[in-house]
Design a protein around this ligand. Structure first.
Ligand code: C2E
Ligand code: MG
Ligand code: MG
Ligand code: MG
Length: 286
C-alpha cells in the first residue's frame, strides 16, 4: 500500500503523500479501489495492443492486450500500480473478465475488417489471484463464444506465481484451457519460481523471457548466458520463446541468431490504441 501511495504521489505531483501515516494510506487505497470499481463499471478502462513479431520473418503473429486506466483526475495510471490494487480488492475478477471479453471482441472486429481470419492471435494476461478466484475456463469460453472467435486465436499469459499457489488446481485449469485450443505462455519467465519441475508437468507452449534479462544483455555476459540457457531449455522441451523488451535492432538480430522465436518491444511498437494496432497490422502483414 505504502509503495502505491508513493508512486501515485509522483505521477500526480503531490509529494505530500510521502508523509502519509498508515491510516491515510489505507484511506488512499480505499479511494483508489472505489475509483477502480467505478472505472470498470463505467467503461473508463481501455486496452492497448502491442505487437509480437516473428524474429525470422518480421511478420506480426499476435498482439498482447494491456490494460490502461486514466483516472478521474486525468492521471494515467500504470497497470503495475492498479493491477496489485485490483488483486488485493478482488476487482481483478471483473477487470480480468472485461479484458478477456474486450480482447476477443477486438480480434473479431479485425477479422470482420479483413473479411476472414486477420492472421494474428490476441494475448491476454491472467493474474495469479484471478486464477484462484474465477472459473477461468468457463469465463474464457464465454468470451470466445460472445465474440465468435476460435480458441486457437488466443494466447493466455500466466506468471509463475500462479503455479506456486495451487499446483493441482492450476494444472486442471491449464488442461481445460488447452482443450479450448488456447496457447499457454509463461510470462516474465526467470523472475519467479526457481523449481523448474513444473515445466515438465504443465502444458506450456511458450516462454516469455523477462525484459530484465533482455535489456542490456549485449553488454552483460551473465545475462547472455541466462538467455542462451533459457532458449536451449525451451528448445529441448519443444516450447517457443518470446523476448520481451526489445528496444534495438542489434538485440533483435542477436536474439534471432540465438534461436529465439518471437520478439516484443519498443523497437517494433509500443502498446497502441486499437485503431493504430489494426493499421500497423494491415501495413506490415499485407
Ligand atoms: P507484461 O505482461 O510483462 O507486459 C509487458 C510490459 O512491458 C507492458 O507494460 C509493456 O508496455 C512493457 N514493454 C513492452 N515492450 C517494452 C520495451 O521495449 N521497453 C520497456 N521498457 N517496456 C516494454 P505495461 O503495459 O505497463 O503492463 C505491465 C504489467 O501489467 C504487464 O506486464 C502485466 O503483467 C500487467 N497487466 C497489464 N494488463 C493486464 C491485464 O489486463 N490483466 C492482468 N492480469 N495483468 C495486466
Ligand atoms: Mg504479459
Ligand atoms: Mg511479460
Ligand atoms: Mg513483464
Amino acid at each position: 500500500h505504502a509503495q502505491f501511495a508513493v508512486k501515485r504521489a509522483k505521477t500526480s505531483g503531490r509529494t505530500e503523500l510521502y508523509h502519509l501515516r498508515a491510516f491515510d494510506i489505507a484511506r488512499e487505497q480505499f479511494s483508489v479501489e472505489t475509483e477502480l470499481r467505478r472505472a470498470i463499471e463505467n467503461g473508463d478502462m481501455t486496452l492497448s495492443y502491442q505487437p509480437i513479431w516473428d524474429l525470422g520473418s518480421g511478420r506480426i503473429v499476435s498482439f498482447e492486450a494491456l490494460a490502461r486506466w486514466t483516472n478521474e483526475e486525468g492521471v494515467a495510471l500504470s497497470p503495475n500500480d492498479f493491477i496489485p490494487v485490483a488483486e488485493e480488492s478482488g476487482l481483478i475478477v471483473p477487470l480480468g473478465r472485461w479484458a478477456m471479453e474486450q480482447a476477443a471482441l477486438t480480434l473479431a472486429t479485425w477479422d470482420r475488417r479483413v473479411g476472414g481470419d486477420c492472421g494474428v492471435k490476441v494475448a491476454v494476461n491472467l493474474s495469479a489471484i484471478q486464477l484462484q478466484r474465477d472459473r477461468i475456463p468457463e469465463m474464457v469460453q464465454a468470451a470466445l463464444e460472445q465474440a465468435g472467435i476460435a480458441g486457437s486465436r488466443l494466447t493466455l499469459e500466466l506468471t509463475e506465481s500462479a503455479i506456486v499457489s495451487d499446483p493441482d488446481r492450476i494444472s486442471r485449469t491449464m488442461m481445460a484451457l488447452k482443450d479450448l485450443g488456447a496457447t499457454l505462455a509463461m510470462d516474465d519467465f526467470g523472475t519467479g519460481y526457481s523449481n523448474l519441475a513444473y515445466l515438465q508437468k504443465l502444458p506450456i507452449d511458450l516462454l516469455k523471457i523477462d525484459r530484465s534479462f533482455i535489456s542490456g544483455m549485449l553488454a552483460d555476459r551473465d545475462k547472455i548466458a541466462i538467455v542462451r540457457a533459457v532458449l536451449s531449455l525451451a528448445q529441448a522441451l519443444g516450447m517457443q520463446t518470446t523476448a520481451e523488451g526489445i528496444e534495438t535492432n542489434e538485440l533483435a538480430q542477436t536474439l534471432a541468431a540465438l534461436g529465439c522465436t518471437y520478439g516484443q518491444g519498443y523497437l517494433y511498437a509500443q502498446p497502441l490504441v486499437e485503431t493504430d494496432a489494426y493499421a500497423l497490422l494491415a501495413a506490415r502483414n499485407s
